[in-house]
Design a protein around this ligand. Structure first.
Ligand code: C2O
Ligand code: CU
Length: 571
């Protein structure tokens, strides 16, 4: 009996030790996946047990923090059903996707509370790691901080042919890096915070993951407010950059460190074949002693520009080495895909953008472009469809910034005027670039497809507090070859039927060449319930979720952009 008590006491002690260990590391959450061609996304206010004690108020998409990873195939026509169940208006932007501006989810495509927004497009991007996130002007920090966003994995046949790890959550791991500051009640501090104090990797504090003893692929995304990461491993092992924001590089690039600024993605291969099962190491941010102006390099540990993680090296993911899988990738491919990049010589238009000081005020961040702060009704640049353009972003500001552009993936062609200063690790297609203090960076992009003279795309610093503060501009892509007589569209030009309707509502235009640019369905109180950018309409509009009653369809014609309202009844 006495003997039994002693052993059980030892057992309890062991459990306690195990428990302390479990509190040190938590299993890395792997976001669920959604695949296919129709994606249902519900944005909502919620809460999550992040720390011990009080839960944290968060935002989630189909969950309690962050959203599902969408897996899409190049060439597929995909439909998004985005439902805003939050109390606030928001938007949802498909970062890195090439798609019509009216579907893009930028600051113009607001989704009021309760509304179903239904953009759709054909995926033309190459295999890559993209992401989606809210983009409501002046609210981007707040909505991102809540945890709204998600990863998108684009697959294609070129990538599929390569011997690369691609079993999601097993040897192909999403690593989404951010940090938060908490108040005494475990709530995220949002106001006047540029950097969090504690890491959240895929929303998990002190995250650890077991990875098989073979080549593994990490798809790393920086979703910080401002912090950059200089990533590497705790044993300084060499790893291989295989992809940038817009897809695979021509060949793997061996590195021991890679900088990843806000909004950027990097796909890397890490060789665990020579690691002992049961051994462990860390993916770390080597952020100490960075050049002045590197975001997160500031020495302060508190205050608006301070953080407990500033100017130090810190782990972002603990990796435990486990047994290999049944069909492991054991070799590094020597080549990947054959990209044909634009060069500076291809560009027929050059533009220069300067990062400038804005007007410091109580609510504004003192940065903008060319001394002009973002104004929602001002189009800053007009680009001809199919033009190849070279943009040079010059930063003579006190601090490092990023530059992101919608619609296109670009090729960085020079840093400070030198092609040879562009890092091999950033030699692929990109949509965000780091523009360090006192430097300039040039990219070349081709603006194909999707001309739309009224709906703009954005370019901005991806520090969400800077974009909210006005460090953003907008451009339209125009097709000057497209002319034609512009007769005014009117209510006799189409019919809506059946009326009353029950499940589907059809629209028939008198002129078969007429296309809808936008449909908005409102109720009798004028409240918007559904928003359909450039709807295809051959199968009608699914109105089965609308309760019986009277509604209005506001239809905007593609050619003339005139809006006509028709009443219909749902029975
Ligand atoms: Cu990641 Cu304008 O956005
Ligand atoms: Cu900035």
């Amino acid at each position: 009996m006495r003997h039994f008590k002693v052993t059980s006491l030892i057992f309890i002690c062991l459990l306690l030790v195990a428990n302390i260990h479990a509190q040190t590391y938590q299993a890395l959450r792997i976001p669920d996946t959604l695949s296919g061609t129709t994606f249902n996304l519900v944005m909502k206010d919620t809460f999550k047990q992040i720390l011990t004690g009080q839960q944290t108020i968060t935002g989630g998409i189909n969950g309690d923090f962050w959203g599902p990873t969408l897996i899409v195939n190049k060439g597929d026509l995909i439909h998004m059903n985005v439902r805003n169940k939050m109390n606030d208006t928001t938007t949802l932007h498909w970062h890195g996707m090439h798609l019509p501006a009216v579907m893009d989810g930028g600051p113009h495509q607001t989704i009021p509370p309760g509304v179903l927004w239904q953009p759709f497009w054909t995926v033309t991007n190459n295999a890559s790691t993209l992401w989606y996130h809210p983009h409501l002007h002046e609210m981007t920090v707040e909505h991102l901080m809540k945890g709204l966003g998600g990863l998108i994995i684009v697959r294609d046949t070129d990538e599929a042919k390569l011997a690369l790890p691609r079993t999601y959550g097993v040897d192909d791991i999403p690593v989404i890096l951010t940090s938060r500051r908490y108040d005494a009640n475990n709530q995220f501090v949002v106001q006047n915070v540029s950097y969090g104090d504690y890491m959240l990797t895929n929303g998990t504090p002190n995250a650890a993951v077991s990875l098989p003893k073979q080549f593994v692929r990490l798809r790393i995304l920086n979703v910080e407010i401002e912090r950059g990461y200089d990533l590497g491993f705790s044993d300084n092992r060499t790893f291989y950059v295989i992809g940038n924001d817009g897809g695979l590089l021509n060949a793997p690039v061996p590195v021991t460190r890679v900088k990843l600024l806000v909004g950027e993605r990097v796909e890397i291969l890490v060789n665990l074949s020579n690691d002992a099962i049961g051994s462990s190491f860390d993916l770390k941010a080597y952020n100490s002693n960075q050049a002045f102006g590197f975001p997160g390099g500031e020495p302060n540990t508190s205050g608006q520009f301070g953080s407990l993680l500033n100017n130090i090296d810190f782990p972002v993911l603990h990796i435990n080495v486990a047994a290999s899988t049944a069909n492991p990738i054991t070799a590094l491919p020597s080549i990947l895909i054959n990209n044909t990049y634009w060069t500076a010589a291809n560009a027929t238009v050059t533009r220069n953008i300067a990062i400038t000081n804005g007007q410091p005020g109580p609510a504004s961040v003192p940065f903008n472009f060319d001394n002009v702060s973002f104004a929602i009704n001002t189009i800053n640049k007009t680009v001809q469809k199919d033009a190849i353009e070279k943009w040079t972003v010059t930063n003579n500001n006190v601090f490092g910034h990023t530059f992101h552009i919608h619609d296109v993936e670009f090729k960085i062609v020079a840093r400070n005027g030198n092609a040879s200063s562009v890092g091999a690790y950033e030699s692929g297609w990109k949509d965000v670039m780091y523009v360090p203090r006192n430097e300039n960076v040039s990219f070349v992009a081709r603006f194909t497809d999707y001309a739309d003279p009224i709906h703009p795309f954005m370019y901005h610093c991806h520090f969400s507090n800077h974009e909210d503060g006005g460090m953003m501009g907008q451009f339209v892509v125009v097709d000057t070859t497209q002319t034609g007589t512009q007769t005014v569209f009117n209510e006799n030009d189409f019919v809506v039927y059946p009326n009353p309707a029950s499940s589907r509502l059809f629209v028939k235009f008198n002129d078969i060449n007429t296309r809808a640019y936008y449909i908005r369905i409102t109720n009798i109180l004028g409240r918007t319930l559904m928003m359909l950018p450039q709807p295809e309409l051959s199968n009608g509009v699914d109105i089965s979720l609308l309760p019986a009653g009277t509604y209005f369809m506001q239809l905007t014609d593609l050619k003339t952009k005139s809006t006509v309202v028709k009443k219909f009844v749902v029975e």
